[in-house]
Ligand binder design. Structure first.
Ligand SMILES: [Zn+2]
Length: 49
């Protein structure tokens, strides 16, 4: 039987106060909204959740 690699169910975005539930297919620690933001802000090392 083949297993699809998925992450744990019901994980929540790591950004404080963000209540987005992550998809089991999203292996990141952040929701799609914050993933984009962190990527952008990380370049300036000024991201504050
Ligand atoms: Zn988020």
């Amino acid at each position: 039987m083949k297993k699809t690699k998925t992450s744990l169910k019901g994980r929540i975005c790591k950004v404080r106060h963000c209540k987005h539930i992550l998809s089991i297919y999203n292996h990141e620690a952040y929701c799609h909204v914050h993933l984009g933001q962190i990527d952008k802000f990380d370049k300036h090392k000024s991201y504050k959740a």
